[in-house]
Design a protein around this ligand. Sequence first.
Ligand code: ZN
Length: 240
Amino acid sequence: MRVAVLSDIHANLTALDAVLAAVPSVDEVWHLGDVVGYGPNPDEVVARLRELGAVGVRGNHDAAALGGREIESFNVDARRAAEWTRTAIADETRAWLSAQPETLEREGFLLVHGSPRDPIWEYITSTPVARAAMADLGKRSGLHGHTHLPVAYVEDDGRLETMSPGSGSRLSFDGRRVLLNPGSVGQPRDGIPTAGWMLLDTDAGTATWRRTAFDIATVQAAMTRLALPERLVTRLAYGL
Ligand code: ZN
């Protein structure tokens, strides 16, 4: 099965549409949560994913938009954006977000936003945490988001190798278990201001990371019109 894996879209319709225009023909679209939050177009992004029949999992910003207590641990800008999102989203958007599970198993992969042991919140940002996540996955491989950083952990003879894939990087699993992060579509944080995503071929056992430029000024103008926090507007230009 050929799959486009999208994470942390964060209500950035401009970035999502640029990515969808670049996606070759795939069998399915999987998302890894944080579909909303930060960005200006939560309803439109969810509508797109619904049209595509995308399947995926709930992120901390999605939970916050649904009224969860997650919002209490957000910084001031994330909190303001989440409060706006709560009041802005349509009932159909809320219903779709509510239907997203915390974990989803598909084609031998466990999909989570954060980590297998804490699907909503834990950041996999170090080898020890990645090693714990690999143990929790059992025989499965994993896909995660949340950090907004493209990364691959590959289990090789009991060792865990870490890779930071760039645009066009391709990984052949060769029967090894992997834990992969496609990066963020709507708010990249690796210093490269283009949408990050991944093509997964579950039959061939390969993943290819991609970056797609989007019209940052359009997103920034929409955020400014909605009085979303200035720092969130500015950071898009730097990919941080
Ligand atoms: Zn996120």
